[in-house]
Design a protein around this ligand. Structure first.
Ligand code: 3PG
Ligand code: CO
Length: 556
C-alpha cells in the first residue's frame, strides 16, 4: 500500500487551482493609531473580513499553538510556516533547547562531546543573537550554556554577540550586555578566562538569510574569526553605548566591533584548535555562517584564514544539507509535510516570494528542508530583494512583483497550488517606522487583490489568505491595560517585534463550493489546522494525524 496516497475527499472536487497567500506579519487587533493595518487603506482584506464567520475567521499564531515553550512567546515566521506546511504542532527549537539544558542532556550529547575535545588547549567561542526575544535565541539559554560549559571543562571562553532590537525593543542591547558581563565576571572569579570578543547589529553583521547579502556574513567573519573590525573598544558596554550615540544608530544595524586588550590586540579571534558554537536555535539566519565555518570549499567571500576548529550549532539548521554536521540539540523532526504529500498525489506546486522571505514558503514550509521533493512537479521562484535599501525607504518591497509572478503562474494553468508570501507587514513592521508600515500594508493588500481576487476569479479557482504571525497590527509597546507606553523622551515606545495576536484566514473563490464554510466546533484552531484545509481544497482528506481541517461542507 502506498503510504503517501491521500484519500479522496467525499464531497470536494479535484482540479481546482488553489492560491495560498501568506501575509507575513499580519495579525488582527482592535482599531488604534498604532495598528498600521487598520490605519492603512486595505480594501481587499476588509472585504474578505465581511465573509465572517463562514469564510473568514481568526486562528492562533503564537505560543503553544505553534510549538513554542509558552503562550507568552510571540509567533514567528519559522514556527508559523512550519505549522502551516506540516499540519501538526511540533515542539520547536526554543523548547527543545530548554529541555536539553534543564535535564543536562545537552552536555551528554555527541555535539557537546565533540567540541569539548578542544577545551583543554583551545578557546570556546559562542556566537549568536543576544536577546530574550525567543525567536532566534534566548539570553537565559546562553547563560545556562556558559555556566554549563565552564562546569564541563571550558577554561577560556569568548562571546561574539549580535545585538537585536528587532525581536525586542531597540536599545535593550545595553541591558543584555550588562547582564552578560556580570555573568562573565562571575566566571572569571571562578578562574575561567571568559570575555566578550566582538559584536555588531544582527541585520548588518552575520545574521543575513537566504543568501541575500554575503557581505553581512563577511563583516561578522572579519570580526569574529580574524579579529578585524572598523571599531575597537576595551569593553562591550562602552562599544554598544558609544556606537548608539550616532542619532541614526540602532541595535539592528550597529557596525561590527572587536574588543581589544591594553596593547590594542583583539582578545578573541578564532584560531586553530578552538571550538565554536552558534547558539541560535533558529535556522534561517545561521545557515550562511554555518556554511562559512564548516565548508572546506567555499567561495562566497574571501575568508582569508580558515581555522581548523570544531564547530557545533545549537541545532542542526538544515536537515537536507546536514548542516552543521555537529549540533548540541536535535532539531524537531518535521516529517510528512503537506508539500511532500501533495507531490506524491500529483499536485503541481508553484511557490514564490522575494529573497528575504523566499525560504519561508519553501524551506520552512517544507519542514526546514531545502530543495524540491520532486522538481518535475514543483517550481520555486525567488524574486531578488533590494540589497542595502532599508525596508522603510521602500515599503512596497516586491509585493507587486510577487503578485505578478503568482498571477502568471495561475493563468498558465500549469500548477494546482500557487503559494506566496507577501513580506511587507513584517519586514517594514520590524523597522518600527509607522508611516512606512502603513504604506507597506497597503501594498500587501493590493498584491492580494492581484494575486487572488482577480486571477483566481478568472480561472475558477479557490483562495486561502492567511498570515504567519502578527506584527504590523501593533507598533506600540503597551501596559497591561493596553495603553501605549511612553518612553523617557516623551514618545510612545515603538514595538519592532512580532506580537501575540491571532491572524485572519479567509477562504473563497469561484471554485469553492458555496456550501463550504468554517466549522464552529474548533474555536481553538491555529496555523497547524491550515494544511488539512488546503488538502481538502485539492480534493483530498488530510492524513489522520494532521490537525483537523477548519472547514465543513454543509448538507443542503
Ligand atoms: C527576523 O529574523 O527577521 C525576525 O527575528 C523574525 O522575523 P520573521 O520570523 O518574520 O522572519
Ligand atoms: Co518578522
Amino acid at each position: 500500500r502506498n503510504l503517501w496516497k491521500l484519500e479522496d475527499h467525499p464531497k470536494l472536487p479535484k482540479g481546482k487551482p488553489v492560491a495560498v497567500v501568506v501575509l507575513d506579519g499580519w495579525g488582527e487587533a482592535s482599531p488604534d493609531p498604532y495598528n498600521c493595518i487598520h490605519v492603512a487603506d486595505t480594501p481587499t482584506m476588509d472585504s474578505l473580513k465581511k465573509g465572517a464567520p463562514e469564510k473568514w475567521r481568526l486562528i492562533k499564531a503564537h505560543g503553544t499553538a505553534v510549538g513554542l515553550p509558552s503562550d507568552d512567546d510571540m509567533g514567528n515566521s519559522e514556527v508559523g510556516h512550519n505549522a502551516l506546511g506540516a499540519g501538526r504542532i511540533y515542539a520547536q527549537g526554543a523548547k527543545l533547547v530548554d529541555l536539553a539544558l534543564a535535564s543536562g542532556k545537552i552536555y551528554e550529547g555527541e555535539g557537546f562531546k565533540y567540541i569539548q575535545e578542544c577545551f583543554k588547549n583551545g578557546t570556546l567561542h559562542l556566537i549568536g543573537l543576544l536577546s530574550d526575544g525567543g525567536v532566534h535565541s534566548r539570553l537565559d539559554q546562553l547563560q545556562l550554556l556558559l555556566k554549563g560549559s565552564a562546569e564541563h571543562g571550558a577554561k577560556r571562553i569568548r562571546i561574539h554577540f549580535l545585538t537585536d532590537g528587532r525581536d525586542v525593543v531597540d536599545g535593550s542591547s545595553v541591558g543584555f550586555v550588562e547582564t552578560l558581563e556580570n555573568d562573565l565576571r562571575q566566571l572569571r572569579e571562578k578562574g575561567v578566562d571568559a570575555q566578550i570578543a566582538s559584536g555588531g547589529g544582527r541585520m548588518y553583521v552575520t545574521m543575513d538569510r537566504y543568501e541575500n547579502d554575503w557581505d553581512v556574513v563577511k563583516r561578522g567573519w572579519d570580526a569574529q574569526v580574524l579579529g578585524e573590525a572598523p571599531y575597537k573598544f576595551k569593553s562591550a558596554i562602552e562599544a554598544v553605548k558609544k556606537l548608539r550615540e550616532d542619532p541614526k544608530a540602532n541595535d539592528q544595524y550597529l557596525p561590527p566591533f572587536v574588543i581589544v586588550d591594553e596593547n590594542g590586540k583583539p582578545v578573541g579571534p578564532i584560531v586553530d584548535g578552538d571550538a565554536v558554537v552558534t547558539f541560535n536555535f533558529r535556522a534561517d539566519r545561521m545557515v550562511m555562517l554555518a556554511k562559512a565555518l564548516e565548508y572546506e570549499d567555499f567561495d562566497k567571500f574571501d575568508r582569508v584564514r580558515f581555522p581548523k576548529i570544531r564547530y557545533a550549532g545549537m541545532l542542526q539548521y538544515d536537515g537536507e544539507l546536514k548542516l552543521p554536521s555537529h549540533f548540541l540539540v536535535s532539531p524537531p523532526e518535521i516529517q510528512r509535510t503537506s508539500g511532500e504529500y501533495l507531490v506524491h498525489n500529483s499536485i503541481r506546486t508553484f511557490a514564490c516570494s522575494e529573497t528575504v522571505k523566499f525560504g519561508h514558503v519553501t524551506f520552512f514550509w517544507n519542514g526546514n528542508r531545502s530543495g524540491y521533493f520532486n522538481p518535475e512537479l514543483e517550481e520555486y521562484v525567488e524574486i531578488p530583494s533590494d540589497i542595502g535599501i532599508p525596508f522603510n525607504v521602500q515599503p512596497k518591497m516586491k509585493a507587486l512583483e510577487i503578485a505578478e509572478k503568482a498571477r502568471d503562474a495561475i493563468l498558465s494553468r500549469k500548477y494546482d497550488q500557487v503559494r506566496v508570501n507577501i513580506p511587507n507587514g513584517d519586514m517594514v513592521g520590524h523597522t518600527g517606522d509607522v508611516k512606512a508600515t502603513i504604506i507597506g500594508c497597503k501594498a500587501a493588500d493590493e498584491a492580494v487583490k492581484q494575486t487572488i481576487l482577480d486571477t483566481v476569479e478568472q480561472v475558477g479557482g479557490i483562495y486561502v489568505v492567511t498570515a504567519d504571525h502578527g506584527n504590523a497590527e501593533d507598533m506600540a509597546k503597551r501596559n497591561k491595560s493596553g495603553q501605549p507606553l511612553v518612553g523617557k523622551d516623551g514618545n510612545v515606545q515603538i514595538l519592532t517585534s512580532h506580537t501575540l495576536r491571532p491572524v485572519p484566514i479567509a477562504i473563497g473563490g469561484p471554485g469553492l463550493l458555496p456550501s463550504v464554510r468554517f466549522r464552529k466546533d474548533i474555536q481553538e484552531a491555529g496555523l497547524a489546522n491550515v494544511a488539512a484545509t488546503v488538502m481538502n481544497f485539492h480534493g483530498f482528506e488530510a492524513p489522520s494525524d494532521y490537525e483537523p481541517t477548519l472547514i465543513e461542507v454543509a448538507d443542503n
